[in-house]
Design a protein around this ligand. Structure first.
Ligand SMILES: [Zn+2]
Ligand SMILES: [Zn+2]
Length: 173
């Protein structure tokens, strides 16, 4: 399988899904319980492909839609299993990540025990934990393909219109 790292424990789960109880699996991602839950519910959503950390994500469609998809899988799971709780979703930024395979932490709060919250604090410019929505803002493609196509289309129409107008002016003069 492409994009699998032999030494990575999360790639091992992707290769041998029977060793872990999976909460979700599809073409792109799998989800399972965090081995050391820090909240009432604590799930991880990981890409099947070995992407080390959030620092390996860029402003491009495929990265953005992957993280969007990870988040929506996490939201659906918690919506199903803990609909009454407050949910929180995010990533550790290096060097605060425990495993070098991108993983989205999905929490149904409260943290158990409470002091575990400290592990998932944002440290501002120092990094720490980053909310999924904040990360999505950071990697949102500046120009989506659709937008570029529309823009090119508009420009062509304007040029054609201008040419036509010149021809009319010339014809009538
Ligand atoms: Zn991996
Ligand atoms: Zn983590």
């Amino acid at each position: 399988m492409a994009g699998v790292n032999q030494a990575c424990i999360f790639c091992e789960i992707v290769r041998n899904p029977t060793t872990t109880r999976l909460l979700h699996t599809d073409e792109k991602v799998i989800a399972f319980q965090d081995i050391k839950p820090a909240a009432q519910r604590h799930y991880l959503v990981i890409p099947k492909e070995h992407i080390p950390t959030v620092n390996d994500l860029q402003r491009r469609d495929e990265d953005y839609s992957l993280v969007r998809h990870m988040l929506s899988v996490g939201q659906q799971l918690l919506q199903k299993d803990a609909p009454q709780s407050i949910h929180r979703f995010g990533f550790h930024q290096p060097p605060f990540n425990s495993v070098d395979h991108l993983h989205l932490h999905c929490f149904a709060l409260p943290y158990v025990p409470r002091w575990k919250a400290i592990k998932y604090k944002s440290l501002g410019p120092l990094g720490g934990f980053i909310e999924a929505e904040t990360l999505l803002e950071k990697i949102r493609p500046l120009l989506s393909k659709g937008f570029v196509l529309v823009a090119v289309h508009e420009i062509i129409i304007i040029i054609l219109f201008q040419l036509n107008w010149c021809r009319c002016v010339l014809a009538t003069s």
